[in-house]
Ligand binder design. Structure first.
Ligand code: SF4
Ligand code: ZN
Length: 330
């Protein structure tokens, strides 16, 4: 196989493009795809302060590597989930990457900062482990970006992630979620702008980029991934892709071109500040504060100063009896 760009010896085949690239050209092609995605969706301005959610995996480190190479002002944010050795290794790998690039890394430890870790939340709360993990990440990333004065939060979601999410939302016709599945979500109501610059690139392409760039990343999956529904949708998409290469990209990129404009008319819920933490939410308390109170077995604290009686009533409705935690965690 020859490289499409330079006719040298190819090492990466991109079946859906019916093309192959050598070890020097592939990272350049990958970077160009990211640059195009940023331009097409107005993701980043040259002067933006960008907070990158980094986990130690290939996607987030590849994204950080590309954005550093393109000259953006980036800081990594690592969230310690408290998942034993897996989290320790993820933290060390992320810190080593930041050190090797001379890049800034902010570390937030969920247990230190908020009093619980993800395995405990999975056992004691009423949500699945991955659900509480996902909402904790969204919460902490947004809060850290607001508190730190960042313009944008960038995440390493790739084409496989986005296609799997779209499949899951479509199977259940979650129209509000489908409408929000854009590679860029503008800043609104206390929410910092969110961007996904890798959304055109597959998991295999991201892994190839990380390998060719010599990025040391955590290869092992999270030990709690077994219950992750997204994984099942990914497997389903992969088996369709194996039989019919290009379907994954047609599904998600086709949605961006032709489906998203139709779903954009779907009404969005009104957002207000959470009475406990002031982060944006559609209800009185945000999902993170409710999950935290449930896991810690306590009332939601620090009601807003403006509505004492209503807040007190809502607080009593929010509190769950202690025995329910045990039942939920059994
Ligand atoms: Fe969190 Fe689940 Fe992903 Fe593990 S697999 S990091 S628990 S979302
Ligand atoms: Zn809150």
């Amino acid at each position: 196989m020859k490289c499409r760009r330079c006719s040298g010896s190819a090492v990466v085949e991109v079946r859906r493009h019916n093309a192959a690239f050598c070890k020097d050209c592939f990272p350049a092609v990958f970077t160009e795809q990211v640059r195009r995605a940023i331009r097409r969706f107005d993701m980043l301005e040259p002067e933006d302060r960008v907070l990158i959610a980094v986990s130690g995996g290939k996607d987030s480190l590849a994204l950080w590597d590309v954005l550093l190479g393109l000259g953006y002002d980036t800081t990594g944010l690592y969230l310690g989930l408290g998942i034993g050795e897996y989290s320790d290794r993820s933290h060390d790998t992320t810190a080593a990457f930041a050190g090797s690039r001379g890049a800034d890394l902010v570390v937030v430890d969920l247990a230190e900062e908020y009093g619980f870790d993800i395995p405990t939340a999975g056992r004691k709360g009423s949500r699945s482990t991955c659900a509480v993990c996902g909402l904790s990440k969204r919460y902490v990333f947004n809060k850290a970006a607001v508190d730190g004065g960042y313009d944008v939060v960038a995440t390493g979601h790739n084409l496989d992630d986005e296609a799997a999410t779209l499949l899951g939302n479509t199977l259940r016709w979650k129209t509000e979620y489908i409408a929000r599945q854009s590679p860029v979500l503008p800043a609104t109501d206390g929410m910092v702008k969110k961007v996904k610059p890798l959304h055109r690139l597959s998991e295999l392409e991201t892994a190839a980029y990380a390998f060719l760039r010599g990025i040391d990343y955590v290869v092992d999956e999270c030990p709690l991934v077994a219950g992750n529904t997204q994984l099942r949708y990914k497997e389903a998409m992969n088996s369709i892709e194996a039989a019919s290469p290009g379907t994954k990209a047609q599904f998600f990129l086709g949605y961006l071109d032709r489906g998203m404009p139709l779903f954009e008319r779907t009404s969005r819920p009104t957002v207000r500040p959470c009475d406990a933490c002031r982060q944006p939410t559609t209800g009185r308390y945000c999902a993170f504060c409710r999950a935290q109170a449930q896991v810690l077995g306590r009332r939601i604290e620090e009601p807003g100063p403006d509505d004492g009686l209503e807040t007190a009533r809502a607080m009593s409705e929010e509190v769950m009896p202690a025995e329910m935690y045990g039942a939920a965690g059994a």
